[in-house]
Design a protein around this ligand. Structure first.
Ligand SMILES: [Zn+2]
Length: 278
């Protein structure tokens, strides 16, 4: 079933964005990926099993001169090596992603089935300040939590924000085993201090209510941490807290062998220092 969809978005100052949604499965935002470009700048490379469609999208516009990666995950970095070769460029990646991208990293079976396997790629370290073709400023903001290397891109002039996997959804039910909730919440808090008009999420799409959505997500997480910590103080065990607040374990826990689970979220919620969010 075709899930491909094209995106066009223009700022009053003339900044033009386009994007394409790709994905193997029609199964919601977790199996779709949107590659965005502004002129010759490409943000994230898309999953490797979608290369045919990503390549067709890239060839519709001017040649790509810069590829900026938000983090190492395979849906974001999968085609970086092919894009580097096709356009003779060196992708820019967060310092913490570079070794993983160059040497390869372990990908759970379900994720490999969904996105394919990325090829290894040599990158240059993403600087904090970047520029679009017209010289307008872009700031790379380190926002760990979802992944230690996650970096978002903020365009202060346009008030546009490329959220990588920081936003994704207003509610969380699961966490990956390697996610850090405290860091994720601090990253949301840091980003909410920015003057943001539009959020570009590689899974949700273009969201003009994205800043309100991120605020809602942080509020939801603060309340979840409060509830988890209260129940733990009353002597409830982690599994019972999970069942009470998030519902019983679902197929996802089994299929991913606990890599994606409600228990991960509860465990992390018990570690959050809520004094940081008063
Ligand atoms: Zn990710």
């Amino acid at each position: 079933m075709p899930i491909r969809q094209h995106y066009h978005y223009q700022h009053a100052d003339g900044t033009n964005l386009s994007g394409v949604k790709v994905g193997r499965l029609k199964g919601g935002i977790n199996t779709n990926f949107i590659v965005y470009r502004i002129g010759s700048v490409l943000i994230d490379a898309g999953p490797s099993n979608q290369w045919r469609h990503v390549k067709a999208f890239l060839q519709q516009g001017e040649p790509i001169e810069q590829l900026w990666l938000t983090h190492h995950h395979e849906d974001h970095s999968g085609n970086a090596s092919r894009i580097a070769r096709l356009y003779k460029l060196r992708p820019l990646a967060p310092a913490l992603a570079q070794q993983k991208l160059a040497r390869g990293f372990r990908i759970p079976a379900l994720q490999q089935m969904t996105w394919g396997k990325p090829r290894r790629v040599v990158t240059e370290t993403l600087p904090e300040r970047l520029q679009l073709d017209d010289g307008s400023e872009v700031i790379a903001i380190h926002t760990p939590g979802h992944a230690a290397d996650l970096t978002c891109f903020y365009l202060p002039q346009q008030r546009w924000f490329f959220s990588g996997d920081l936003y994704l959804a207003r509610r969380l039910k699961y966490m990956r085993a390697d996610e850090n909730l405290m860091q994720l919440m601090l990253s949301l808090k840091q980003v909410l201090a920015l003057d943001i008009d539009v959020v570009f999420c590689p899974h949700r799409g273009i969201d003009e209510q994205g800043k309100a959505g991120m605020l809602d997500k942080l509020d939801f997480l603060i309340q979840l941490c409060r509830d988890c910590q209260r129940l733990a103080a009353e002597g409830e065990h982690t599994a019972a807290i999970g069942e009470q607040l998030l519902g019983p374990p679902e197929m996802m826990d089994k299929i991913t062998r606990g890599n994606f689970s409600k228990l991960n979220l509860v465990r992390e919620a018990l570690l959050v220092d809520l004094a940081q969010f008063n």
